[in-house]
Write a protein that binds this ligand. Structure first.
Ligand code: MN
Ligand code: MN
Length: 267
């Protein structure tokens, strides 16, 4: 059973708030009669026993939210669940992945994003949505990170990528999906601003020259590894038009679930 969990948090966003409103919009896109529940591999998102919606995590105010996230995810992993998180800004990936990294001696994170999110700190905040993968990799040296779609790699983040041994596929140098070739169990972290803003206007940071929805699906559907968890982050409904980006997030949620089930070793 795959657990769907909303984390309505955006206090670590450096530019605009709004991502805390996203889980509710993605859920209503998933249920919208404008589409149906079909997954491209033939499964259906609403088929019995596939996905349980746990609703939104209730977060304490202040710094305690990170440990609350880690504890909630850890409790689900203890029950043998795979979790798909609906964010929230990208800062939540660090507390989520702490729980995963503690339980998985081998873990490969595939990270879709326009931005490397590897800053040591941004605006004095070490837990900013620009920093989650720096925190993760300095705490867990066994975690491998592959980034796809990056198009803002500046000098500080380039140095961090080298320091942590991150495999960075920049937008100008994308691999064919079949060449992604990662080892071990996979966690997918999908920042919706990896898409070209033409496909996904409902994000805080517009970075032109990004992937199409179909290209992201091509990568997701090419993953052969056991997918143990995922997050879909950075939808900002305040910037969206007619839930266009929420529908994209819902589509990704369906396809990630489909790929999780398809690749599961104990299927
Ligand atoms: Mn990000
Ligand atoms: Mn981003």
């Amino acid at each position: 059973m795959i657990s769907l969990l909303g984390i309505p948090y955006d206090d670590s966003s450096s530019y605009l708030k709004g991502a805390a409103l996203a889980p509710e919009r993605i859920r209503s896109a998933l249920l919208s009669p404008s589409s149906n529940s079909s997954i491209e591999n033939g499964l259906a998102f609403d088929q019995v026993g596939l996905v349980e919606d746990l609703g939104d995590l209730v977060l304490p105010l202040g710094e305690g939210h990170r440990s609350a996230i880690t504890t909630a995810i850890d409790n689900l992993l203890q029950l043998g669940k795979k979790v798909v998180v609906l964010g929230g800004d990208h800062s939540i990936s660090y507390p989520i992945l702490r729980a995963y990294a503690k339980r998985h001696p081998v873990l490969h994170v595939i990270h879709f994003d326009a931005h490397p999110d590897l800053y040591d700190e941004l605006d004095g905040d070490k837990y900013s949505h620009a920093c989650p993968f720096a925190r993760l990799l300095e705490e867990f040296s066994h975690v491998r990170l592959t980034q796809i779609g990056i198009r803002t790699l500046n000098e500080p983040c380039r140095r961090q990528a080298i320091r942590f041994g991150v495999r960075v596929f920049e937008m100008r140098d994308l691999p064919a999906p079949s060449l992604l070739d990662v080892d071990g169990p996979v966690y997918i972290s999908l920042d919706l601003d990896v898409l070209d803003p033409a496909f996904a206007p409902g994000v805080s940071h517009y970075e032109p020259g990004g992937l199409s929805v179909r290209e992201v699906l091509g990568y997701l559907q090419s993953i052969k590894n056991d997918i143990v968890g995922a997050d879909i982050v950075e939808l900002n409904p305040l910037r969206d038009y007619h839930d266009q980006t929420a529908m994209v997030a819902a589509k990704f949620a369906k396809e990630i679930v489909g790929q999780m089930v398809q690749n599961s070793p104990n299927r």
